[in-house]
Design a protein around this ligand. Structure first.
Ligand code: GLU
Length: 427
């Protein structure tokens, strides 16, 4: 039975379409009644808000924001907020669903959610960004709660955004509620290691994969990373610190490539101070487009920017033999099939980029207890969860002769559907 949110979208490869197709592929292997599985295809609730924000010049402009709770079976919903000019409800739905699977896969007591505001944050002054964030928070005050729905950063948002959300929420309820968001600044109860956690997790997943395919040899491994935001830049830094040869990285403006390896620290500092990679001058490297970057000669490709990047047009030309998904949904299902036929191993997003939400969980727990852990403890626990989750996925993949993506989704969907059956259907 179809409802509007589940009807096939009219255009191809929307993120939600990808999420549903992945779900159907995995649900086939999940031992649960079809009507229970059907429940998990639907977002539980969605809120769209249209709201005014005053620009610095005094004019008023309307903005649209979303928050989608996909599923609350395992606990409060968790997921980031994305600020992007082209973000849609469809995309936020897909991202919320992926958060449900991601949290379930790594055994966090959370359901999935996601938020978005249709705005290019680069077009906002700091003061406009603050007013927009505070107004969005006020519109979403009924969706957020430290016990029901805990936002975090995603594309276009950061620790400062979380500080404004935390402050706005706290002002509304009349007392400080640090556990309302994760990814906060350290001086407001943020966690050690949260900023780099997603990138760190991507590299842990990459190393696990390389060991399992018998190719663990950092100095002889060429890595290409698409995206130089919070995920890609930290993944690149950590990889280069571990001795990997990072040969190409890109941001929204384009990529830089040197087959002998890049100085990631220099590029990181350049971008940290507001530079765009297209403007980076160094005669030893070539500038490439984001599309060209995906098919450069390398051993590992880590798409860590946007969804729907590795498509059937790109997949036949990928040269890496391992793809580690730092982004959410970077590979479309048709491209997955091509990569699988070509024996290219894909470590799926819900496993590879789970480091961020894992450390978000640590931050939430620390906040609720007002007791804080040191960086060693955080990184040790993060590595343990990543490795254990990888093991679990690998076993399911081997048992059923399925891809790591389908295996990860089987593990996640099974966990959620079993909990749902135990809870029962209300009333
Ligand atoms: N936005 C991140 C993700 O996609 C982190 C979510 C969180 O920490 O709640 O996983």
């Amino acid at each position: 039975m179809a409802v509007p949110s589940y009807e096939a979208p009219t255009h191809q490869d929307t993120a939600y379409q990808t999420a549903l197709e992945q779900f159907d592929r995995a649900a086939y292997y999940v031992d649960a009644p079809a009507d229970y599985l059907e429940i998990l295809k639907y977002p539980a609730r969605e809120l769209t808000a249209n709201f005014p924000v005053r620009r610095d010049d005094g004019t008023i402009e309307m903005f649209t924001g979303y928050r989608v709770h996909h599923n609350i079976t395992l606990g409060p919903t968790k997921g980031g907020i994305r600020y992007a000019a082209d973000v849609t409800l469809d995309e936020v739905r897909a991202l919320a669903m992926w958060m449900t699977w991601k949290c379930a896969l790594v055994q966090l007591p959370f359901g999935g959610a996601k938020g978005g505001v249709v705005v290019d944050p680069k077009t906002l002054s700091l003061a406009e960004n603050e007013r927009l964030t505070r107004r969005y928070t006020a519109e979403m005050v009924k969706m957020f709660s430290e016990h029901a729905d805990i936002p975090a950063p995603d594309m276009g948002t950061n620790a400062q955004t979380m500080a404004w959300i935390m402050d706005t929420y706290s002002m509304n309820v009349g007392h400080s509620v640090p556990a309302i968001v994760t990814g906060k600044p350290l001086n407001l109860g943020g966690s050690e290691g949260r900023t780099e956690a997603t990138g760190r997790g991507v590299i842990i997943a990459m190393e696990e994969a390389l060991k399992r395919i018998d190719r663990y040899d950092p100095t002889n491994t060429k890595v290409v990373i698409q995206g130089f935001g919070n995920v890609g830049s930290h993944a690149a830094l950590i990889a280069s610190e571990l001795g990997y040869n990072v040969v190409a990285v890109s941001d929204i403006s384009g990529g830089v490539y040197n087959p002998n390896g890049l100085d990631i620290k220099k590029l990181f500092d350049f971008c940290f101070h507001g530079g765009q990679l297209k403007d980076y001058k160094d005669s030893s490297l070539d500038h490439v487009t984001n599309r060209e970057l995906l098919t450069l000669p390398c051993d590992v490709l880590a798409p860590s920017a946007l969804q729907s990047q590795v498509t059937p047009e790109v997949a036949p030309y990928v040269k890496a033999n391992l793809i580690v998904e730092g982004a959410n949904g970077p590979t479309t299902p048709d491209a997955d099939d091509i990569l699988n036929d070509r024996n290219i191993l894909v470590v799926p997003d819900i496993l590879a980029n789970a480091g961020g939400v894992i450390v978000s969980y640590f931050e939430w727990v620390q906040g609720l207890q007002s007791y804080f852990w040191d960086l060693d403890e955080i990184n040790r626990r993060l590595a343990r969860i990543m490795t254990k989750s990888y093991d679990n996925v690998q076993v399911i993949a081997e048992e059923n002769k399925i891809t790591l993506r389908t295996a990860a989704q089987v593990a996640a969907i099974s966990r959620v559907v079993k909990a749902l059956m135990t809870r029962g259907i209300y009333p």
